[in-house]
Ligand binder design. Structure first.
Ligand code: FES
Ligand SMILES: [Fe+2]
Length: 464
């Protein structure tokens, strides 16, 4: 069927008419440059340059696990020698799915004629063939390198010669921190899930005013909001400035790393006590299974700093389960979904692939617009800093800028409080971004010093 362009009056050419559904029945194509991730697509090739999580370690239990990643059907297994293998799912002999294979002491054996495949794609045995047959030396089965880290299995699916080092993040350095892995499947395109993190305004409405107190009340006020690209050229932060009450300001930075990794600051109320530069409550990759299905893989962080009242629950975290509102997925009844919609409902219902050509973006969508622009520049190779060969050269422990800072700044009569919020947000974020690469304790001290200076200057200005 031909794709009809939407019939939408252009601003300034025609006043929108009431009851105009008849004129808006055309469709528009989704944004293929950013949403399509199959082999050979611009975004698919970009994502393949990064290690991507594909399952939890705990899912490899002695039988193969069928997975679909970046529109490729694969199978993951843990063999008797402790090696994780990720192979093309269909046997190189005659195509039987290796999800029915037998995990061996070394490698995975196809159940149909017993061919045995090693993790690197070597054909170890073709038992029905003559022992002198050279067949198994003539080709390799499709396979990808795998790496296990903190309960997640990561796979690199790009060209072997471009394989980047495996990188980790400084958010794991908080004293006593534990990472608890989880995964959540979503039947929709990856981008609409990922860009939700650069749309903090939705928290005001969806998570508090409409969805029924899914987050603490402080989230229900419209923040003074801005967005900044990070200096590494590989992502952005939002800067959200709110009041917790008449006495307390709360500055939050959440960080999106290109292409599909995000770090979320504390997910529990940190109270009114002054705190500087407290780190991530959770972080995750939105990994496309294909263009219309995605699985979020990540960790919840457990430590006293981001969860001072120990509200988190490890027992609720795992495959298709999380103790955060993100874990509210299809398991709710339809009536609950309608009466108390959460992230899953608003993201999945944007259509299998959100159609950017039909959106009407406003000022509050500035973060979404920035993220799409950064992704577009990256896939077009207009920004070399966004590619692993330029990003992961100096260190494999990456410095990040996700954080919360809470500080005492009483409201003052006659003073524009939103201007005050913006000023403190800028001060905190300047200190956070300028100190990237420094040890966490030094960065925290720097944020505190910058905030105290801001407060001192404000007090002096009041006296003048
Ligand atoms: S199809 Fe797998 S060994 Fe024959
Ligand atoms: Fe949300």
């Amino acid at each position: 069927m031909p794709v009809m362009p939407p019939v939408v009056p252009q601003p300034g050419t025609e006043r929108p008419k009431p009851y105009s559904g008849y004129f808006q029945r055309g469709t528009s194509v989704a944004d293929p440059e950013l949403t399509q991730i199959g082999p050979g697509t611009p975004m698919g090739e970009y994502m393949r340059r990064f290690w991507q999580p594909v399952c939890l370690s705990g899912q490899l239990t002695g039988v193969p696990l069928a997975i679909r990643v970046l529109s490729e059907d694969l199978v993951a297994y843990l063999d008797g020698a402790g090696t994780v293998g990720v192979l093309h799912r269909h046997c190189s002999h005659r195509g039987t799915s290796l999800e029915y294979g037998i995990v061996s002491e070394r490698g995975l054996r196809c159940c149909y004629h017993g061919w045995l495949f090693d993790a690197d794609g070597s054909i170890l045995e073709t038992p029905g063939e003559s022992p002198s047959s050279p067949l198994k030396e003539t080709f390799r089965h499709g396979s990808y390198p795998a790496h296990e880290y903190e309960g997640l299995i990561f796979v690199y699916m790009g060209p072997p010669e471009e394989r980047p080092p495996f990188v980790t993040y400084d958010t794991a350095e908080v004293a006593g921190n534990a990472l608890v892995p989880f995964s959540l499947a979503h039947p929709c395109n990856w981008l609409q899930i990922h860009e939700n993190h650069m749309d903090p305004v939705h928290s005001v409405f969806l998570h508090v005013q409409i969805g029924g107190d899914q987050l603490p009340r402080a989230w229900g006020e419209l923040p003074v909001l801005s967005f900044r690209e990070t200096d590494d050229g590989a992502g952005m932060v939002y800067i959200s400035n709110r009041r917790k009450d008449d006495e307390t300001i709360w500055v939050r930075n959440q960080q999106a790393h290109l292409p599909n990794f995000v770090q979320i600051a504390g997910i529990f109320d940190l109270g009114r006590q002054e705190r500087y530069f407290t780190r991530a409550g959770m972080e995750w990759w939105t990994v496309p299974n294909d263009d219309t299905h995605s699985t979020v893989f990540g960790w919840r962080h457990f430590n006293d700093e981001v969860d001072p009242r120990h509200e988190g629950c490890r027992d609720l975290i795992g495959v298709e389960s999380c103790d955060h509102i993100a874990g509210r997925t299809h398991t709710n009844t339809y009536e609950t979904q309608q009466r108390e919609p959460g992230d899953w409902e608003v993201l999945v219902s944007q259509r299998p692939i959100a159609i950017h050509g039909l959106e009407h973006l406003g000022t509050t969508d500035a973060g979404v617009v920035m993220l799409r622009r950064l992704l577009r520049q990256a896939v077009r190779k207009e920004n070399p800093s966004a590619w692993p060969d330029r990003r992961f050269t100096k260190t494999t422990r990456l410095s990040t800028s996700v954080q919360d800072t809470t500080l005492s700044v009483p409201m003052r009569p006659g003073v524009d409080d939103r201007e005050v919020l913006g000023r403190y947000g800028t001060a905190v974020t300047d200190a956070v971004l300028d100190s990237a690469g420094q040890p966490t304790s030094e960065r925290r001290a720097r944020v505190e010093a910058r905030v105290l200076l801001e407060r001192q200057n404000s007090t002096r200005a009041d006296r003048v």
